[in-house]
Write a protein that binds this ligand. Structure first.
Ligand SMILES: C[S@@+](CC[C@H](N)C(=O)[O-])C[C@H]1O[C@@H](n2cnc3c(N)ncnc32)[C@H](O)[C@@H]1O
Length: 324
């Protein structure tokens, strides 16, 4: 099996250290009694059973009281345990946009150990991400087919593609794939190199990997379709609007962008995972109300065409904007 490599990437859109999403803070503030349900899932029980007693006591006490790691006494014991006994947690700390976590969550690379098995099995981790992966692949397939119905060729870009897993899976299903050209754009050289190996191994010639920031592209209104998945989850409303304004310049009128954001359902349904990610991996996510993606698209000058949610978790709003 190929090993997957990660590293720190400068200018990553998902890194903003001190921030805590107000929605997450609200859930931290809940009474301990209403947090007990998050500990009673099979995945949480198995994680807790795996922790040494002192780590478990500190972790549980602070989770139930809603205390952030940075403010908790002896949190270093918990932090070190999670960093040392997981492959996912230290990789996320080094690079919050790491594709190596998603390789595992998409069931494309094996997980080992109790912490990573917990992340793969829990609702907010592997369950929601696997459901999102399948829905995004299906939606981008439908978008490409609808373009090919009306014109000879289709030009697509996957912004912040990682190794391009969604588009690799999608292109395999397209009957007349030589009419499609897809650029996977990412500023993580490890993800780009890994993606190049994957398409070579699969003999896919329709996908090109471009190591670049998505802020420095020059499509001159030539794109038919774009994809922006797993990128806006750490961005503020204003940052997300600015990004969509910039990306709009690359699309033909009528071109479509498929984009996803994380919803406030995630901490509501799986607070333990949301707490673990922030307090042991320093991973700061934004949890938005359903409908905010529409406001972001519209504020950036797009028409919001429709949205979908991955089933049955419904932790993401996956929307389609049309360049007007
Ligand atoms: C969480 S991953 C999502 C990967 C893929 N879209 C998926 O959903 O499976 C976010 C990706 O965005 C990339 N990224 C972050 N900032 C970027 C930027 N300014 N330009 C290009 N890519 C960027 C990261 O390197 C990372 O691969």
């Amino acid at each position: 099996m190929k090993s997957i490599t990660t590293g720190t990437v400068k200018g990553n859109l998902m890194a903003e250290e001190k921030f805590i999403c107000p929605v997450l803070q609200e859930h931290y503030n809940l009474l301990p009694v209403s947090k007990m349900k998050f500990l009673n899932t099979p995945e949480a029980s198995s994680l807790l059973r795996s922790l040494p007693v002192n780590v478990k006591n500190i972790f549980l006490e602070n989770f139930l009281k809603g205390i952030k790691g940075v403010d908790a006494t002896k949190w270093g014991v918990v932090y070190d345990h999670f960093q040392k006994n997981s492959e996912i947690i230290p990789a996320l700390t080094a690079n919050p946009g790491t594709y190596t976590m998603l390789e595992r969550m998409y069931h494309l690379y094996p997980v080992t150990g109790a912490i990573d098995s917990y992340l793969l099995g829990c609702m907010a981790g592997g369950q929601a991400l696997w459901n999102r992966y399948n829905l995004v692949t299906k939606l981008s397939y439908q978008l490409v087919l609808s373009v090919l119905k009306n014109q000879k060729n289709c030009l697509m870009a996957d912004f912040g593609s990682g190794p391009g897993r969604n588009v690799i899976e999608m292109i395999k299903k397209i009957p007349d794939k030589n009419r499609v050209s897809i650029d996977c754009i990412d500023n993580d050289s490890f993800a780009i190199d890994y993606g190049k190996k994957l398409v070579n191994m699969e003999g896919i010639s329709q996908i090109n990997f471009v190591e670049k920031s998505m802020f420095s592209l020059r499509y001159r209104r030539s794109l038919d379709i774009g994809q922006l998945i797993g990128v806006m989850c750490g961005m503020s409303y204003n940052q997300a609007v600015s990004l969509l304004k910039i990306l709009k310049h690359h699309f033909k009128t009528g071109g479509k962008l498929l984009a996803a954001v994380l919803l406030d359902e995630m901490p509501k349904e799986d607070l333990l995972c949301s707490y673990t990610l922030r307090e042991t991996a320093d991973w700061n996510l934004r949890f938005r109300p359903l409908g905010e993606l529409k406001r972001i698209f519209e504020a950036a000058g797009w028409k919001y065409v429709s949205y979908f949610q991955e089933e049955p978790t419904r932790f993401y709003e996956i929307g389609i904007g049309e360049a007007i």
